[in-house]
Design a protein around this ligand. Structure first.
Ligand SMILES: Cc1cc2nc3c(=O)[nH]c(=O)nc-3n(C[C@H](O)[C@H](O)[C@H](O)COP(=O)(O)OP(=O)(O)OC[C@H]3O[C@@H](n4cnc5c(N)ncnc54)[C@H](O)[C@@H]3O)c2cc1C
Length: 391
């Protein structure tokens, strides 16, 4: 049986999030655009984000995928994807509270009290730090080194493009602990408090994100700062990256929907040469292609999420969804800008902002080329068979 219907519960959650986005977040959009035009930092302020999270919490919306025993909602991957799509309908980046990095759940009893629970509560902030100036796609090439010194480890190295790295109280930092083994048992993840001495510098980007470069210069952490097992860091890093890849293109679904709605409205309103531009085939085809691709993206994302819920190996389909989402969202925002003509290029409307922000989807958490590499390798090695997606 193939069933494309959401459950009544999923529809209820989707509708609740849609209303929350429309009532609480969208009314802030114009004000944020105005602030940005005047040179303010992009996006919601930390205080605005906190107030929105608290408001949602009062309605029980807290910890979307956090297990119920940790006070979360413990929702499945399909529902999480549906929620992301709704959040994507605004260009203002917002996440519900009550979440922690999935690998923090490997914490021991002390780490659980000191890091995991406060992160879920929102009183402490983490960042995930693997990328280095010389190691991005090729994460196995990291050179940050941790050397044992009695009951401590001494960390030296540089990390770059770390999301939240400027705001984090602690870093989940990956360092080589056994150069002979490298990624195969020689990388360890450490929970490093900012007070241990690492420093951060913001990196300006073309979009809303302001990641950071982190410098570790003789940073000493106790052995108890090891997350999980010594030498098991690379596997943890892959678990972090792999878990929610479908959520990135899920958010793009919402952006594509909202952009397409803007294009439809504008095409019907804007008149040239005595007729609405909606009457022109050139415009209709851009609208048709955008609708077709948004619907295809929705199915790819939900399929990958469904596989996660089945406990199946979803890597292949998560890569397909991420690649397709990055490509198509960028094509769609470009068409929607085209349909809006000069207005699309201004900073009065959010289109140019989305144009800059959506570009990131083709780069972070696995570039387009790395997704293609995964997909092709799966087929070429026979790990995945052509046409086996319904098996
Ligand atoms: C805003 C932002 C936030 C980020 N957040 C984080 C974070 O929180 N934590 C973290 O650790 N990292 C983070 N990153 C890093 C991100 O994951 C990397 O930038 C990304 O993986 C690409 O690595 P790179 O920039 O070193 O590019 P490179 O790996 O140097 O790639 C350069 C180009 O070569 C291509 N390429 C590389 N290898 C191959 C290949 N084998 N075949 C074909 N083409 C190839 C790439 O696709 C790309 O086009 C973030 C990046 C950005 C921009």
């Amino acid at each position: 049986m193939v069933d494309f219907a959401l459950t009544e519960e999923q529809k209820g959650i989707r509708d609740w999030v849609r209303t929350f986005v429309e009532r609480e977040i969208m009314p802030m959009e114009n004000e944020v655009l105005r602030r940005e035009r005047e040179g303010a930092a992009p996006g919601l302020t930390a205080e605005e984000g906190r107030e929105l999270r608290e408001l949602a919490r009062k309605s029980g919306f807290w910890g979307v995928q956090t297990p119920v025993e940790y006070g979360g909602m413990g929702l499945d991957a399909v529902t999480a994807a549906v929620i992301e799509a709704e959040l994507g309908r605004t260009f203002l980046t917002f996440k519900f509270g009550g979440e922690a990095d999935n690998i923090l759940f490997h914490a021991d009893r002390r780490q659980r009290e000191e890091y995991l629970l406060p992160t879920i509560e929102g009183t402490r902030k983490s960042c995930f730090a693997i990328t280095e100036p010389g190691a991005g796609s090729d994460a196995k090439a990291i050179r940050t080194r941790a050397v044992r010194d009695g009951d401590h480890w001494v960390i030296n190295g540089e990390k770059t493009f770390i999301t939240g790295g400027n705001e984090a109280d602690f870093a989940l930092v990956f360092a080589v602990t056994d150069p002979d083994k490298g990624a195969d048992g020689g990388v360890t993840c450490f929970i490093a408090d900012r007070e241990a001495g690492w420093t951060s510098e913001p990196i300006d980007t073309m979009g809303e994100r302001r990641p950071a470069s982190l410098v570790f210069s003789d940073v000493r952490v106790p052995h108890s700062a090891v997350l999980g097992e010594e030498g098991n860091g690379f596997r943890l890093a892959m678990q972090w990256i792999g878990k929610g890849r479908y959520l990135l293109p899920a958010r793009a679904i919402g952006a594509c929907e909202r952009l397409l709605e803007m294009a439809v409205r504008y095409a019907n309103e804007r008149t040239t040469f005595g007729a609405p531009i909606a009457d022109r085939q050139a415009i209709q085809w851009m609208i048709a292609d955008s609708e077709m691709e948004t619907e295809a993206l929705r199915l790819l994302v939900l399929r990958a999420a469904w596989q996660v819920d089945q406990g199946a190996d979803s890597r292949h389909h998560q890569s397909i969804a991420k690649l397709y989402g990055g490509q198509k969202a960028n094509e769609i925002v470009d068409r929607v800008m085209q349909i809006h003509g000069g207005m699309g290029y201004t900073r009065e409307l959010p289109i140019e902002r989305w144009y800059r922000d959506l570009r990131l989807l083709r780069i972070y958490e696995g570039t387009d080329e790395i997704q293609r590499r995964t997909i092709a390798r799966d087929l070429l090695t026979g790990r995945v068979k052509v046409g086996s997606s319904l098996d």
